[in-house]
Design a protein around this ligand. Structure first.
Ligand SMILES: Nc1ncnc2c1ncn2[C@@H]1O[C@H](COP(=O)(O)OP(=O)(O)O)[C@@H](O)[C@H]1O
Ligand SMILES: [Mg+2]
Length: 307
């Protein structure tokens, strides 16, 4: 089953800004999908249209087989959205924000109350239930938006930059929560500019650049396409003379830190053999940048060159 199908989606804003140039996307049921792109690439425009917050110029959006144009209520009932910008009424008690949301979906008040209690608790906001939005910290507001998106128990949850400006601890809590939700069957789409987050969470990925999809692939397949990885090796003892590791471009960034480039077809075992031969002991090793990030930068640069 296809959870979301977007066909030839186009958006031109009133001021003439061309945000989406006819994009196609397919997201399977049960997927955890990342929509990646630089600022201004068109992520929020895409999500806004899928969630009926923004009017499309042309194209089709189909949610679990329901066309957003011909069956808007059915399609909307299956979606939950966490927008990039906070858009709830801060004058209201946060419990009321959730109850109002349930009201939009015609959820009976008893069920609405149960869900409100459950999702405020899950998001660690139960103690704040009688406070207005003004009393919430940035992280709490983000969690409130997530609780609100869950009120209609959506089959498809869409999050636009859910962890932007969120501290590390909350980020990890959200990751665990979203992973669990996905394991229970909810299809999740998120946009993020933390590529580490996308690599960690997502099964499939699309990269959007200047309103066009330039990549749409399985995350593992995509990462495996990376030709060269740069590894940082911490050394047990300082090295003062330049070293050569036949076939592995290497440079010292300081006396105890070695940067080595490893091609996809090369073996790390062999690299370590060379290091051992030269009596160089390594205490730890890590990727210089996140692998998805290396790929992403390459793809965006290629697109700019018109490849
Ligand atoms: N309300 C708007 N009016 C005019 N242009 C807009 C509006 N919203 C977004 N844009 C433009 O559309 C393009 C895509 O923006 P957006 O979808 O917000 O990108 P992203 O979420 O990937 O950063 C950008 O060039 C942006 O300036
Ligand atoms: Mg955005």
């Amino acid at each position: 089953m296809i959870a979301l199908s977007v066909k030839q989606l186009t958006k031109t804003y009133a001021n003439g800004a061309y945000a989406l140039k006819g994009i196609d996307l397919d997201v399977a049921q049960g997927d955890f999908f990342a929509l990646l792109g630089q600022n201004g690439a068109g992520k929020s425009s895409t999500i806004g249209i899928i969630c009926s917050l923004i009017k499309k110029t042309a194209g089709k959006v189909i949610v679990f087989g329901h066309d957003l144009d011909t069956e808007p209520n059915k399609a909307k009932s299956l979606i939950g959205v966490v927008p990039q910008e906070m858009n709830f009424n801060s004058f209201e008690k946060i419990s009321q924000v959730l109850l109002n949301e349930a009201g939009y979906y015609g959820i009976p008040s008893k069920i609405a109350k149960e869900r409100m209690e459950m999702y405020l608790t899950v998001m660690g906001l139960w103690d704040m239930r009688d406070q207005t939005g003004f009393k919430l910290s940035g992280g709490m507001k983000r969690r409130l938006l997530i609780a609100r998106a869950l009120m209609n128990e959506p089959q498809l949850l869409i999050l636009d930059e859910p962890t932007a400006g969120v501290d590390i601890e909350l980020r990890h809590t959200l990751w665990r929560f979203l992973t669990q939700l996905n394991e229970q069957g909810t299809t999740i789409i998120l946009t993020t500019h933390y590529l580490e987050e996308a690599e960690h969470l997502c099964k499939h990925v699309a990269i959007i650049d200047h309103g066009e999809i330039i990549e749409h692939a399985n995350m593992k397949t995509l990462i495996n396409r990376l030709d060269v990885q740069t590894m940082i090796l911490d050394l047990a003892a300082p090295i003062t003379t330049p070293i050569t590791l036949n076939g592995y471009p290497a440079s010292l960034t300081d006396e105890t830190t070695l940067e080595v480039k490893i091609h996809r077809h090369q073996s790390i075992n062999e690299l370590f053999q060379r290091l051992t031969e030269q009596h160089i002991h390594v205490t730890s090793m890590r990727n210089k940048t996140n692998r998805l990030e290396e790929l992403f930068i390459g793809l965006i640069a290629d697109n700019k060159r018109g490849n």
